[in-house]
Structures are given as C-alpha cells and as structure tokens.
Write a protein that binds this ligand. Structure first.
Ligand code: ADP
Ligand code: ZN
Length: 212
C-alpha cells in the first residue's frame, strides 16, 4: 500500500506515519528527516536546504523531488511506503504522478491553527539520532533525554514561535491545495487530530481499514 500523510506542521502526521509504518510493515519516508540528516552531514543537499528551513520556507521543489526519487527507488519501498511531508506543493504531487508512482490513499490529519501553535512549542527532538518527542503528548522516559540513545533533547530551530507562523502561512498557501488535488481523485481521508496520540491513531487505523 502506498500512502501519503498530509497535515499542517505539528499536526502529528509524522507520529502517525511512524505508528502505521510499524503496523503495516512498510517504511515511513519523511523528507524533513532526510533533509535534516543531510544538513547534519553537510552534504550539498543539506547546505542548499539550510537557509530555507531556518526561515520556515519550503525547500525548492527540484531538490525534494530528487530526494524522493532516490528514496523510493530503494528496495524497502517495493511493497509500499508512507510519505510523510511529501508532496507539499502541487508541482511535487504532479512529479509523483509523472514518476508513475501510484498512490492508494492520502490521510489528512486536521488540527486547527490555534492548537498547532501550542503543539509546536512543546516539540523536542534528539540532538543525536533525530527521534522526536513532545512535552505533553510524547514525553521521554527521562526529562530532556532521548529514550533511544540517551542524548540531549533540543527544540528544533524552525519550531521557534517566529518561524512557526511563517510555516503555517506557507502550509495554507502551498500545501493545503493538495486536499483538493487528492479529494478530486477520491483518495482523501480526513482524520480529526485528537489531544491524545493514541486517540488519533485509533481514528487513523479505522479510516484506513474502512477504506482498504
Ligand atoms: P513539519 O512537518 O513539522 O513541518 P518536516 O520535518 O516535515 O516538519 O519538515 C521540516 C522542513 O523541511 C520544512 O519546513 C521544509 O523547509 C522542509 N521540507 C520537508 N519536506 C519538504 C517538501 N516536501 N517540500 C519542501 N520542503 C520540505
Ligand atoms: Zn536519540
């Protein structure tokens, strides 16, 4: 099964994508994680992306399309995958179509803007392995420390309040038109994001099973 998870930054699509990935045994492919990894390693892609990410802007389409092309060609994507954070613009969605990548369903995790801002301020990420946490919704076992590798948790630079409002603006302008794009193809499934991760997960799994 080939799935796309859509949603505003901080709506919890990454968390849901990871849970569904484990349950369905298909990889979750996060362009955000791939770009952050490239940044950390100082690759040309990373260097190209840095200024955009820090400003809360989208990385140019050709850069992310190249990333996705390469990633989807890997063996572990042969039996399906979950795209988390791609496509984020109409041209990216069109590129996916042109690559001949069939998409079964698009899960749109909906959270209203005022709640998004609150949620983003509580997000933390591991400075070493990139695992993500939340002060309210996905607490680490030990405060400020990564469960997976024991390194320090930090706030992502682009989760700072000034950047969050720009990311939301960009989301409404560039990404939200995808709801229509996939809605018209009959592929859009809408999940109302809940306060508790497990409640959102229950809705996500239900809607996927009902539409399998
Ligand atoms: P979130 O879902 O919280 O916004 P991500 O980790 O998905 O965060 O993405 C972080 C940043 O990486 C984005 O703000 C953007 O700059 C860049 N990025 C990730 N995916 C894409 C994409 N498909 N197109 C353009 N930029 C992207
Ligand atoms: Zn870690």
């Amino acid at each position: 099964m080939n799935l796309i998870f859509l949603g505003a930054p901080g709506a919890g699509k990454g968390t849901q994508a990871e849970i569904v990935s484990e349950k369905y045994r298909i990889p979750a492919v996060s362009t955000g994680n791939i770009i952050r990894e490239a940044l950390k390693n100082g690759t040309p892609t990373g260097l190209q992306a840095k200024a955009y990410i820090d400003a809360g802007k989208l990385v140019p389409d050709d850069v992310v399309i190249a990333i996705i092309k390469e990633r989807l060609a890997a063996d572990d994507c042969k039996n399906g995958f979950i795209l988390d954070g791609f496509p984020r613009t109409i041209p990216q969605a069109e590129a996916l179509d042109e690559m001949g990548v069939p998409i079964d369903k698009v899960v749109n995790i909906f959270v209203a803007d005022d709640r998004i801002v609150k949620r983003m301020s509580g997000r933390r990420v591991c400075s070493a392995c990139g695992n993500s946490y939340h002060l309210d919704y996905k607490r680490p076992k030990v405060e400020g420390v990564c469960d997976a590798c024991g390194s320090a948790l930090v706030q992502r630079k682009d989760d700072a309040p000034e950047t969050v409002s720009e990311r939301l603006r960009v989301y409404h302008e560039e990404t939200q038109p995808l709801e229509d794009y996939y809605g018209k193809k009959g592929k859009l499934l809408v999940v109302q994001g809940q306060e508790k991760v497990e409640d959102t997960t229950a809705l996500t799994l239900n809607i996927l099973e009902d539409n399998a």
